[in-house]
Each structure stands twice: as structure tokens, then as C-alpha cells.
Write a protein that binds this ligand. Structure first.
Ligand code: ADP
Ligand code: F6P
Length: 320
């Protein structure tokens, strides 16, 4: 049995990371393991920036956004020398296993450490929901709800002024947030990297809507498609409709986790601690069709999750 494990959060923060830290810590302690928090992701692992985590020290964080351990991006960790430093720091602190809460980049680091003798378990934490092997990642639901909140407010002002709105949401490589928020918020068009829609078609839809007497229109754009401001300008130029653009930005990364995210994070975090206790490593834990499951970390890099075709088709059907 492992005596001591570490927990770190890495890459972009996501609402629910704290709930995962809390669950991993408390489950590990109930299994008889000591827990160390690694601050600032792999950067903190390399520099030995550790704090003890106890039942009490992870109290009162479940509803808080961000990550109490802080997060970082570390180029050094991508180099073999950086990985050796990380392993040496972990060994010196008696850390025998690591829970890595983050996205696919963080999982790459976790795989490297596992291959060099430090067993790691990945917990998918990113608002982008772009990790294969789990239906939802921690933070996705909260981010979508933040977008929906913005859409409701934008609708009010858009209707009052008879305006077209472009809302740019996050998702550098993935359209999940745009698709879920656009579908849930009734957008006319949803522009995502996985389903390109020609500008002519977007314009035609807007004009059809105006002819039907629509008072406003909303187009949700994933940042991976391109600059929302430029898209808004092009739409205005080609339709003559009064158009405004909102770039939602990092608001989507903050806030208290939704019930869905707090639950998911608690389940995944606790399971990660159990897997280390069972002597496992090189895996990540996910939720598929309501059930927790594990897969090799490599699967995340070899397979692409992609967006749901059913949702893409439904969005197209409903945005006549
Ligand atoms: P995310 O985990 O959200 O995808 P990043 O892609 O920025 O975020 O990755 C987070 C961190 O994971 C990086 O800053 C780096 O320290 C580590 N990492 C990413 N790719 C690798 C790699 N190929 N080898 C080792 N570590 C990596
Ligand atoms: O990984 C989540 C994400 O929000 C992406 O959708 C976005 O492009 C990126 O992080 C921005 O990250 P940062 O501002 O931290 O570089």
C-alpha cells in the first residue's frame, strides 16, 4: 500500500477542481494514506512546492471555483530534465503516487511520470469537455451554465434593440461549449470547428429570420473557429443588420461549480485515490453513461472525443 500520495491541478483551471482535490484527499486519508498538495501544477512539483492536505484543510472548498492548489503551465515539465527534477522532488518528499487533475496536456505529463516510476491517475478537469473516455469533464457544465446566463441577458437587450448578436465562447480546439450553450440557448447558428457552416448559409438564415419577423438573432461562435469580432463585422457588412459582439472570455472558467460538476468531481477525485491505493497507475478515471470507468492515459492522446453528431444535427434542425 502507498503511504503518501500527492494531488495537483494543472493546465487551465475549471470549476469543480477544488471538489476533486477535496474528494481525493479525504478518500485517501480514509484509506490510510497521507496526502500532500502540490502547488502550481508541475511547476510546483519541479520546485518542491508542497503543502500537507488534511481532512480539515480541504474543508469549505467544495463550492469554490478556481483551485486552492493553484495551477500553472510548465514548459520545463515537457523536457526529460524537468521530469527528472519532478521525480526527485516527489521521492524526497515521500510521494509514492500522484492524482493529476487537468486536461490532456496534464495527462501527458502524468504518463511520463508513470513511465519513470511514479504512478499517476488522471482526473479530467477542463471546461472544454474535449477528453476522450468521459462523457463530461469537470467544469464543462458550469461553463455552459455561465454561457446560458449570458445568452439570457443578451437576448433581453437584443430583442429590445432588434439586434443581431455574436457570442464568442471558449474552446480553442473543441466546439463542445458552443454547441451545448447554443443548443440550450436557442442560437440561430452555432459555429464550431467540427461543423463548419459557410458564411452564405449564416447570412441566408439571418435574412430568413428577419423576413419572418424575428426581433433578434444570436450566433454562438467557438473561439477555435476564429475571431468573433471579425465574424460580427462580416455579418453586419453582408446583412446590413445592426450587430454587436460579446466575447465572454475567462468568466467561463470561474464561479462556483454546478451541482453536476461538484458531484462529478467528487466521484472522480475519490476514485482516483482508490486506484492509487489499489496499486494502479497510468490510468485516468471518467464517467460514461453514469458509470465510473478507467482507461489507459494513452487513450486520451490516440482517440478524439469529437462533438456529438446528434446534437449538431439537432441544432441545425431547430435553427431553421
Ligand atoms: P491542459 O492540461 O489543460 O490540456 P496544457 O496543455 O497547458 O493544459 O498542459 C498542462 C501542462 O502539462 C503543461 O504546462 C506541461 O507542464 C504539462 N505537459 C503538457 N504536455 C506535456 C508533455 N508532452 N510532456 C510532459 N508534460 C506535458
Ligand atoms: O482549456 C480551457 C481553455 O479555456 C480554452 O478553451 C482556452 O482557449 C484556453 O483555456 C485559454 O487559456 P489561458 O487563457 O489560460 O491560456
Amino acid at each position: 500500500m502507498l503511504k503518501k500520495i500527492g494531488v495537483l491541478t494543472s493546465g487551465g483551471d475549471a470549476p469543480g477542481m477544488n471538489a476533486a482535490v477535496r474528494a481525493a484527499t479525504r478518500r485517501a486519508i480514509t484509506l490510510g494514506m497521507e496526502v500532500v498538495g502540490v502547488r502550481r501544477g508541475y511547476a510546483g512539483l519541479i520546485s518542491g512546492d508542497f503543502i500537507p492536505l488534511t481532512i480539515n484543510s480541504v474543508g469549505d472548498i467544495i463550492t469554490r471555483g478556481g483551485t486552492m492548489l493553484q495551477t500553472a503551465r510548465s514548459e520545463r515539465m515537457k523536457e526529460p530534465a524537468g521530469q527528472r527534477e519532478a521525480l526527485a522532488q516527489a521521492a524526497a518528499a515521500g510521494i509514492e503516487g500522484l492524482v493529476v487533475i487537468g486536461g490532456d496536456g496534464s495527462f501527458r505529463g502524468a504518463l511520463k511520470l508513470t513511465q519513470q516510476g511514479l504512478p499517476c491517475i488522471g482526473v479530467p478537469g477542463t471546461i472544454d469537455n474535449d477528453i476522450y473516455g468521459t462523457d463530461n469533464t469537470i467544469g464543462f457544465d458550469t461553463a455552459v451554465n455561465t454561457c446560458l446566463d449570458a445568452i439570457r441577458k443578451i437576448r433581453d437587450t437584443a430583442t429590445s434593440h432588434n439586434r443581431t448578436f455574436v457570442l464568442e465562447v471558449m474552446g480553442r480546439h473543441s466546439g463542445w461549449i458552443a454547441l451545448a450553450a447554443g443548443l440550450g440557448g436557442g442560437a440561430e447558428s452555432i459555429l464550431i470547428p467540427e461543423n463548419p457552416i459557410p458564411m452564405d448559409e449564416i447570412i441566408a438564415r439571418l435574412k430568413r429570420g428577419a423576413e419572418r419577423g424575428k426581433k433578434h438573432s444570436l450566433i454562438v461562435v467557438a473561439e477555435g473557429v476564429g475571431d468573433g469580432i471579425a465574424i460580427g463585422k462580416e455579418i453586419e457588412a453582408k446583412t446590413g443588420f445592426d450587430t454587436r459582439v460579446t466575447v465572454l472570455g475567462h468568466i467561463q472558467r470561474g464561479g462556483s461549480p454546478s451541482a453536476v460538476d461538484a458531484m462529478l468531481a467528487s466521484r472522480l477525485g475519490a476514485r482516483a485515490a482508490e486506484l492509487l491505493y489499489e496499486g494502479k497507475g497510468g490510468l485516468f478515471v471518467g464517467e460514461v453513461a453514469g458509470e465510473l470507468g478507467t482507461q489507459p492515459l494513452e487513450n486520451v492522446f490516440d482517440k478524439t472525443k469529437g462533438v456529438s453528431r446528434e446534437l449538431v444535427d439537432l441544432a441545425e434542425t431547430l435553427s431553421i
